[in-house]
Design a protein around this ligand. Structure first.
Ligand code: 13P
Ligand code: SF4
Length: 344
């Protein structure tokens, strides 16, 4: 990959390229050293050129590193926002900077587009934890109960579910369903957090978890609060419920960004993936981010080099079996429609 790219683009570290992209660098100079930017800038310039040549847009999740998030993305957001944006893309090509299920969701929602995944190994511990057989097992255990599957699932699992949800709308989706018992898959902690927000329903769940968020413990949060009581603590709902209970706020990745932008605390601990704090550090100079740096190994597989390779070679296009895609689309579109209806 490297040799082919070097033969086609000028990718050597360059202060001239860093200078030419000074405006972009100013969005991340608090967290990215100039010497690193001199390495990134030639890739950013090459990717910008290739996006025009291929008529491509880059959809990037909030967990991307700042060089991707601020450097080359056309749209950034949480899973719900990226899914909605995927339906609106006019360009011929979508490069998905995120994990595999996100690219699959874009393809399901906008099948005529070429959706490229810069690294097909970028999976998700939640998506890997359940198969359609698991959904059938839950249906057999709780007959008649609707299945709400997190978007962090494969197309096959979405196709076997009644409706999807994301961390931004899970409680609203579950509350709006006309059933006393609701099956939530595959994230046990998201399900337990929703159960406390929707106490009038019986929520049953699959035992999956996120390898990043399950690492946070309530004891660590309590200890830190005793040590620095003025820190605002914000947790993603994939964290265990006793962790969420210790936090000042819980929300989707974009919900977390909006909350910090609004509250502007002097110190903030984000109980989520490490790049989240890096991506908003420059626009919030008054906020000191004191959280631990838990990284998602899958999200971190996406690099500028792989994004450029993706555009150069047009790899790897996501394919979803049309019959599965049609059923998965119903579950995702139901979520988008219901989410917009209950938000109104
Ligand atoms: P969001 O939908 O909140 O962006 O979360 C996606 C994800 O994978 C978090 O781990
Ligand atoms: Fe999956 Fe967790 Fe990584 Fe999100 S952070 S993509 S839920 S493994």
């Amino acid at each position: 990959m490297r040799a082919t790219l070097a033969a086609n683009y000028d990718l050597s570290p360059s202060m001239e390229a860093a200078e030419a992209t000074r405006d972009i660098y100013s969005t991340m100079d608090r967290v990215v050293p100039l010497a690193d930017w001199a390495r990134h800038a030639p890739y950013v310039l090459a990717i910008q050129r290739m996006k025009k040549e291929r008529n491509a847009v880059i959809l990037a999740h909030n967990y991307m590193t700042p060089d991707i998030y601020h450097g080359v993305a056309d749209v950034v957001g949480d899973s719900l926002q990226l899914a909605i944006e995927a339906t609106k893309v006019d360009a011929d090509v979508i490069v998905q900077c995120g994990v595999h299920f996100m690219a699959e969701t874009s393809k399901i929602l906008n099948p005529s587009k070429t959706v490229l995944m810069p690294d097909m190994e970028a999976g998700c511990s939640l998506a890997e934890s359940i198969t359609p057989a698991g959904i059938e097992e839950m249906r057999a255990r709780y007959p008649g109960a609707p299945v709400v599957s997190y978007v962090n699932t494969t197309a096959e699992v979405k196709a076997a579910s009644d409706i999807c949800c994301t961390s931004a709308n899970a409680a609203r989706i579950v509350a709006a369903l006309d059933s006393d018992t609701v099956i939530m898959t595959p994230d046990q902690y998201l399900a337990q957090n929703v159960a406390s927000q929707v106490p009038n329903k019986r929520i049953v769940w699959w035992a999956g978890s996120c390898i990043v968020h399950e690492q946070f413990t309530a004891q660590d949060i309590k200890d830190f609060r005793n040590f620095q009581p003025d820190t605002m603590i914000i947790a993603h709902p994939e964290c265990p419920p006793d962790v969420v209970a210790e936090a000042d706020f819980s929300g989707s990745t974009s919900g977390i960004i909006d909350y910090v932008q609004d509250k502007r605390p002097s110190k903030a601990m984000l109980l989520t993936e490490c790049s989240m704090a890096s991506n908003i550090a420059d626009e919030l100079p008054e906020v000191e981010f004191v959280g631990p740096c838990n990284m998602c190994p899958y999200m971190k597989m996406i690099t500028l080099e792989k994004v450029l390779w993706s555009l150069h070679t047009m790899t790897t296009p996501i394919e979803v079996d049309p019959a599965i895609a049609a059923r998965a689309r119903i579950a995702v579109e139901r979520m988008i429609n219901l989410s917009q209806k209950v938000a109104a």
